[in-house]
Design a protein around this ligand. Sequence first.
Ligand SMILES: Nc1ncnc2c1ncn2[C@@H]1O[C@H](COP(=O)(O)OP(=O)(O)OP(=O)(O)O)[C@@H](O)[C@H]1O
Length: 630
Amino acid sequence: MPADQLDQVSKYIGSEAPKLNKLGGSDWAQTKAKAKKHVHEIAQDLVKLYSARQRTRGFAFSPDTPWQKELEDAFPYQETPDQLTAIDEVKRDMERPVPMDRLICGDVGFGKTEIAIRAAFKSVQDAKQVVVLVPTTLLVQQHYQTFTERYEGFPVTVGQMSRFQSAKENQETMAGLADGTIDIVIGTHKLLNPKIKFKDLGLMIIDEEQRFGVEDKETLKAIRTNVDVLSLSATPIPRTLEMAVTGIREMSTLATPPEDRLPVLTYVGAYEDAQITAAIRRELLRGGQVFFIHNRVEDIAKVSAKVHELVPEARVGVAHGKMGEKQLDAVIQDFWHRDVDVLVCTTIVETGLDIPNANTLIVDRADRFGLSQLHQLRGRVGRGRERAYAYFLYDPSKPMTQTAHDRLATIAQHTALGSGYDVAMKDLELRGTGNLLGSEQSGHIEGVGFDLYVRMVSQAVEEYKEPERKESLSVAIDLPVEASIPVDYIDSDKLRLEAYRKLASAQDEGDLQELYEELSDRYGTPPAEFETLFAVARLRAQARALGISEINGQSSRVRVGKIDMPESLQIRIGRIYKGSRYHPVTQTLLVPAPFAGSMGAKPMGSMEILAWTAQLLDDLAWKHEGSSQA
Ligand SMILES: Nc1ncnc2c1ncn2[C@@H]1O[C@H](COP(=O)(O)OP(=O)(O)OP(=O)(O)O)[C@@H](O)[C@H]1O
């Protein structure tokens, strides 16, 4: 594979038992063509939805009020640069007449909630009501507390709706929404019930949208057309795939963790009582609290008794989804107010729960959990400045499947802050994309692989969005030149591949200049070999401008195609390059190549070969006076 075409290579992700084709074979071409056709259908729908939204007249919110600034100055932390950028992008969207549809994607604990708080406040400043949709009742409680605390001192009324509230309370809330006395309501998907009327709804905030059911997503799609929507997600899937799932929308990414945040120290191993006792004792010793995850309600009471036996001094609480509302609410409040040291619970705590003082997580039978689930659980600890610990334990007496082993190995390897994306990609690799997309889509992904599919989606959408923008021609240049990135310049394979991709996708001199500066900045001044690589990239851009998709000089002749050569150009090239021949049917030009050094001349070096080829393209770009032919 010529090094400068490495951008065409990507790791296959799609299914555990891929039926891969041979390159160049007809079945590969067929598989690709089928996927391409399917992708174009998706792209068409996506663009239709997108342009429909661009055409609707939404509400343009006013610029920030003085109270907005007061609220934001009261934030107890220094916002991360990404938080500030995301907040600005959200405000800009809200102030435009087109309905906003933006996704804030940030790893667990990176501070997505604060962005929602500020957007909601801004909406209320224009007397527009806000719905905050969250996937679990616990999160309703938590967000209600967070929002109420943050709005203290401001005339903002926040309501909540979930199974924790009594029927009477929910009735009152519905009345408050209808007459406008409630500005912001936080609740589960119950809020999507058409019986619930709003006086004047302006903004919908959706936390972890992919956790909602299909019918809820349809309802949300309908609401999207005339209400501003802000989605929050900790499950970072690639932008284009996310687009293929929920439609084209803007996206802000929180990639930097809040300052002083430390990676969670992760341990994967066999379950041992002594390990549990030591971990809990250590956490209690520093005044912290512990999540003990046991995901089977049937014997969770037994497990909690066991924990109590191991650490008698610990106050142990139990929480799971089958409990009565009051009981569940009470135990979470106790944990929140540090009246419980160890919370033995199911994965009900998995999404979004924010208990900064709980910094030890113990997961029993961790081999039974999905990879993203393990990552989400780990995100429940280490949400403040404290060093946090996560213990993923398995029962050594029970056999573990290979994928379970891979999951635990992955979660043990990906412990850095913000590793949610890598974990999500590995999760896709292990589980395939079936759960994320429909079976049809994942069928095509298995065929062409995840990376190529995602590229096809974004290419197809670009084509539909800007039909005039021709699909950028990929140019295959195969010349006898030495052009590769020395390992001692960039030693990581992954980073070297990234550099090749950027080189191959450079469209013009500006891109190359930018890349040169970036590389110099990251790795120091690029070595001489880069001159060759940049010269190849320039040649590629020159060929693309002429509509040439292939330059092959591996033999004693250079083959250039495809190019449309009028008579006048053929004569001219024939005069300059003796022995050259043009095939009008295949639009291919064959020119004798002097690379190998003929008649005693010394063989050409890489740079000379590239200069000679660039000159050939210059000559091919010759325009006959007065004619529009290339
Ligand atoms: N810029 C910041 N600096 C320090 N702490 C912050 C910052 N922003 C938010 N926090 C705190 O970090 C914790 C996590 O914030 P938040 O709950 O918004 O994260 P999240 O992205 O919603 O996480 P999850 O995906 O788990 O719900 C909270 O206690 C919050 O107060």
